[in-house]
Design a protein around this ligand. Structure first.
Ligand code: F6P
Length: 195
């Protein structure tokens, strides 16, 4: 497609507590973002057919897209957040304190470090490869609502970033990224829809 919209889900209960992963619901602020996102897209696509919507199989993403009027909404398992293995449900502080080896190893090589029982960024980058192919086959505008590591990987592909940069791309909450593909590279606009 010429237009690809990317967003993380609205704020989840675990974003507030700082816990990794899991399948928490969204907060009232997250819900406010879900409404803003829908309003924004309805304004952008007034009189035209709405974008196709893709989300993950975790409820924070489908709770975020549920107000958007669309003919097509698909939940992909390969859009689920990076699996933090034994660190799922922990905060960064807790990992630093209770699993210092994990903390140090990940800091030393965030791209390749695989959480015990979970995934590395390289694993995630490979996991989203089929999704990238699917994106490239789409003809209609597309909105993808997923997670930090997933949006980082997809964004980096379309921006032509190096794999080493993927784990550090800044993808804030409540910000809609719009990529417009060009023959070479793509233009980008970011919309902060909620503070
Ligand atoms: O904190 C939100 C979150 O999506 C976690 O579920 C995930 O483990 C993390 O971000 C990924 O970010 P980083 O790789 O920088 O820890």
């Amino acid at each position: 497609p010429r237009l690809i919209y990317l967003s993380r889900h609205g704020e989840s209960e675990w974003n507030v507590t700082g816990q990794l992963g899991g399948d928490p619901p969204i907060t009232r602020r997250g819900e406010a973002y879900a409404k803003r996102l829908s309003e924004f897209l309805q304004r952008e696509f007034r009189g035209r057919s709405p974008p196709t919507v893709w989300c993950s199989q975790l409820r924070r993403t489908w709770l975020t897209v549920r107000h958007i009027p669309t003919d097509i909404c698909i939940c992909w398992r390969s859009l689920n957040e990076i699996n933090a293995g034994i660190c799922e449900g922990m905060t960064y502080e807790q990992i630093k304190r209770e699993l210092p080896d994990v903390w140090e190893a990940r800091k030393a090589d965030k791209l390749r470090y695989r959480y015990p029982g979970g995934e590395s960024y390289l694993d995630v980058i490979h996991r989203v490869e089929p999704i990238i192919l699917e994106i490239e086959r789409q003809t209609k505008p597309l909105l993808i609502v997923a997670h930090n590591a997933i949006i980082r990987s997809i964004y980096a592909f379309f921006k032509g970033l190096k794999q080493e940069q993927v784990p550090y791309v800044d993808i804030p909450l409540h910000t809609l990224i719009c990529l417009r593909t060009r023959p070479y590279g793509c233009d980008e606009r970011r919309y902060k829809l909620l503070r």
